[in-house]
Design a protein around this ligand. Sequence first.
Ligand SMILES: Cc1cc2nc3c(=O)[nH]c(=O)nc-3n(C[C@H](O)[C@H](O)[C@H](O)COP(=O)(O)OP(=O)(O)OC[C@H]3O[C@@H](n4cnc5c(N)ncnc54)[C@H](O)[C@@H]3O)c2cc1C
Length: 384
Amino acid sequence: MHLQDILSDIEHIAKTTVSKEATAIDQEGKWPENSIRELQQAGLGGLVVSKELGGHGFGLHAIARACEILGQVSGSVALCYGMHCVGSAVIGAKATDEQKEDFLKPIAQGKHLTTLALSEPGTGAHFYYPQAQLLPLSEDQFILNGTKSFVTNGNHADSYVVTTAGVDPEAARDEFSCLVLRNDTPGIAWGPEWKGLGMRGNSSRSLLMKDLLVPSHHLLGDIGDQLWYIFHVVAPYFLTAMSGTYLGIAQAAFNEARTHLIERSYRHSGTTLSQNTILQHRIGTLWSKLERTRQLLYHATLEGDKEESTAILPILSSKAEIGYTCVDVVNEAMTLMGGIGYSQHSRMDVLLRDARAAHVMAPTTDILYTWLGRALLEQPILDS
Ligand SMILES: Cc1cc2nc3c(=O)[nH]c(=O)nc-3n(C[C@H](O)[C@H](O)[C@H](O)COP(=O)(O)OP(=O)(O)OC[C@H]3O[C@@H](n4cnc5c(N)ncnc54)[C@H](O)[C@@H]3O)c2cc1C
């Protein structure tokens, strides 16, 4: 299937099922069951799974575009779907034959939902320094202990891509391990649901892992190559999914403001706001801001899909830039819409709250600019 056909399918689902569910997602904090299941049933669960395994074989650009479309209707749906795609890409990066059968084929068939469980309460935004412990119990089993925080898709997912500290206690801090944990592993427990200001349907919660037995064939890649995972798979895919999501939110806010300026007319003058020069200038500025970050993201993902080594800088930069664009565009759009835009439970209310998550989702905006600076100054990217 061509990317354009996939995007048309996603657009159709966004305009129908996602749109119908969007208010309940925000107001009731409902996990978007109908939207996610429909995306899976339409064969879109395997967006980034290879074609040999039944997926579509797409990469970074497709994730960005898919999340951008979904984010225009519901930030939470884009986030939940995006996390599934990022998790699929991480599993697929160095999958063994067993992992292909157990995880990737069911993902492509729409029967398996995965997600990322990287963040921990102890290391917060520094998700690349996990403290969860993975110790060998026997030749074919590990024992896993630790806590993951803010796990999007919570207990709705069938599996979790989990990071843990190095198996060797003497291992360097960045020699962590990465594995896939099944939801039905005996002993898995959940903390209370986290209630966010926005992104209220993503069902984030803490995953409590106490003495869990994990088969050794669930290890992703080799011990010690996990930094490769972070910079070659997790960061590019995650940043791209989130950039698309927040770009979609910003676009939705822009559309609301534009419609308001066109439709709002005054009885005293018979003019519409679209005829006001200052407001014309302001909407032009907003469009420019939105479009230049969109072009940065599209450029970054197309280069990333070609595996250009130079792509990492625009990929890092695009999430940081879109964080600012999203918050600024939503703020400005709200001002342009006057009291109507400021109403509780209005579309702008949801967009403003969803947008704010852009800066704090790791890698956070501040950390991304620091990584960029370090890369440009030929310093090690991660802090010591
Ligand atoms: C809606 C939502 C969904 C999420 N979903 C997931 C998920 O599915 N999986 C997952 O693993 N995680 C998820 N997270 C977690 C998220 O990615 C972050 O890891 C987490 O929000 C940041 O941790 P913290 O709150 O402890 O922030 P803290 O670590 O307390 O950081 C607070 C602030 O300090 C800044 N800061 C910290 N250190 C530095 C530094 N060295 N330089 C500059 N600034 C610094 C940070 O940028 C941040 O702004 C989600 C978070 C949100 C809000």
